[in-house]
Design a protein around this ligand. Structure first.
Ligand code: IPE
Ligand code: IPE
Ligand code: MG
Length: 270
């Protein structure tokens, strides 16, 4: 069952309980890995009579604020869907504007990432990125590699179908070279070829901007993620919206195919 939470689209307006959302979060039950589809930038700008790039520019502040919120709480992994394989099909001016914004933002943010002990990683077909963007990213990944607080994963030129086909191609090469027998391929072996190898699956997937779909994002990895959709467009999304999504997550019963009774009975004694 998908939960749809409708929110106003003009910034954070509170929970209505008179309590700060962060104080309602059970820190012992945080989702380890949160993934966000940052959507709605273009419409946000168009509503204001502005160019779509204005929306992307304003979305950068949301990234800063949400990353800060996740790090403050102690979330271990945050994956942000920033640019999909399909987004290459957008008008060239929008694609190049987004790439420039990416380069500028990464350059500027590395000191803040280091100050906050945040490690940067990337998933996706980075070979497709312009040279300067790829170099800035590689530099930022190296410069933050020693940090051990939040791991921030940018999904860039990423799509699940690309990732899965890419993984299968690599596995097929291993079978062809005799490194493994096809019948010995299991779930663990397959996962080694995904971009997310070594990362826990996202437990909470958030999509902003009002669309109720996953747009080719982490299709394999979100098999058991809790899905949270909000009308808030990305440039209006702030850490308190993230906290509300986490509170909602903490009220769900995750059954993983079992019955509700089994889940309750297996809970450790308090
Ligand atoms: C998400 O916002 C950012 C990217 C896909 C790069 P959009 O640009 O998709 O904004 P809308 O959905 O058109 O409003
Ligand atoms: C998904 O948003 C991709 C990112 C947020 C980077 P899109 O705006 O591209 O998705 P669709 O086209 O509405 O499905
Ligand atoms: Mg969109």
């Amino acid at each position: 069952m998908i939960f749809v939470l409708l929110r106003p689209c003009t910034g954070y307006t509170g929970t209505g309980h008179g309590m700060e959302p962060s104080s309602q979060i059970d820190k012992s039950k945080l989702p380890q890995h949160i993934a966000i589809i940052m959507d709605g930038n273009g419409r946000w700008a168009e509503e204001r009579g502005q160019d779509r790039l204005f929306g992307h520019l304003n979305g950068v502040e949301s990234v800063r604020n949400v990353v800060e919120g996740a790090a403050e709480l102690g979330v271990k992994y945050l994956t942000l869907y920033a640019f999909s394989t399909e987004n290459w099909e957008r008008p060239p001016y929008e694609v190049s504007g987004l790439m420039e914004l990416l380069v500028e933002t990464i350059k500027k943010e590395v000191p803040t990432l280091n100050k906050n002990n945040i490690r940067l990683q990337v998933i996706g077909d980075v070979e497709m990125l312009p040279d300067n963007a790829r170099k800035e990213l590689e530099q930022a990944i190296t410069d933050t590699a020693q940090n051990n607080g939040l791991t921030l994963i940018l999904a860039l030129s990423y799509s699940s179908r690309w990732e899965i086909v890419h993984a299968i191609r690599q596995m097929a090469a291993e079978v062809a070279s005799g490194k493994i027998n096809a019948q010995d391929i299991d779930k663990n072996y397959f996962e080694r070829f995904l971009c997310t190898t070594g990362l826990p699956d996202p437990e909470l997937l958030i999509r902003t901007g009002g669309e109720i779909r996953v747009s080719n994002f982490l299709l394999y990895q979100i098999a058991y993620a809790e899905l949270y959709f909000t009308e808030v467009k990305w440039p209006d999304f702030r850490k308190n919206h993230l906290f509300e999504a986490i509170i909602d997550f903490q009220h769900r019963q995750r059954r993983f195919g079992k019955t509700g009774k089994q889940v309750v009975e297996n809970k450790p004694e308090c």
